[in-house]
Design a protein around this ligand. Sequence first.
Ligand code: PXG
Length: 290
Amino acid sequence: MKIYLNGKLVDKNQALVSVFDHGLLYGDGVFEGIRSYDCLVFKLKEHIDRLYASAQAIVLAMPMNKEAMMKAVIQTLKVNKLRDAYIRVVVTRGEGDLGLDPRKCKQPTVFIITDKIVLYPQELYEKGLAIVTVATRRNIPEALSPQIKSLNYLNNILAKIEAINSNTEEALMMSADGYVAECTGDNIFIVKDGTVATPPKAVGVLGGITRDAALVLSKKMGLETKEVLMTRYDVVNADEVFLTGTAAEIIPVVKIDGRSIGKGKPGKFTQNLIKEFRKITRIEGERYDL
Ligand code: PXG
């Protein structure tokens, strides 16, 4: 396996970064998780735009332009001969000293890993997921905006641990004000009386690229869509609930805090949306040849 590291394609065991890298010492950096389906990189431009927006938000000067970054992604996929892949693009503040001062980091570290995609069990899509609300609140935007896809994921990991401790795979996180925010690596949607709703970004959630795609598809499928504040009450009383994310795509939720959602199995709309989403991933995207 070859890894893109600072402009070179190197062997996996040659792909090393310094213990003085501030990505490691402080979680000071940004990243993206992207997928390719049958030699089509899904929403590549959108992911690269978000990466650069995250970098801008943390005052990290990118060492290459977006064009070059997209080329680097494609180059890494090709050298590893991957048709279907999970792509991780990481940019750290770079090597510095033991202090926080980012000015000591003269050169950002850029690496791209492309690997085989590990699919969630098909059973989850057919039977749906049980989730729990957790005590760990989503970071407040005034401290660290969840719109920044930073290397600091402890907030989400702590929530994930709570979910695991209650024998559940995924956690639903609330904002500090008690509104529904998102799950640890996925956005949440509800369907109620023919309307598809998801929390607004301003409540403190990542502007998910799958979230955007789900909003566009839902509208195309004839449902009204809205981005509104919602409470736990709204979620447990929804007709259907689903999560969206690059890794999971669109996954139905059938139980929240022990309460069955709708009929306790994936809803009709969610099932259709999953089909439509899978269709576009095989048509749209940045094509590459192996
Ligand atoms: N919210 C958070 C907090 C995320 O980290 C999403 C929503 C969904 O966004 P996209 O753009 O993917 O639709 C994410 C996605 C993984 C993994 O491999 C996924 C994410 C981060 C880290 C790992 O499951 N982010």
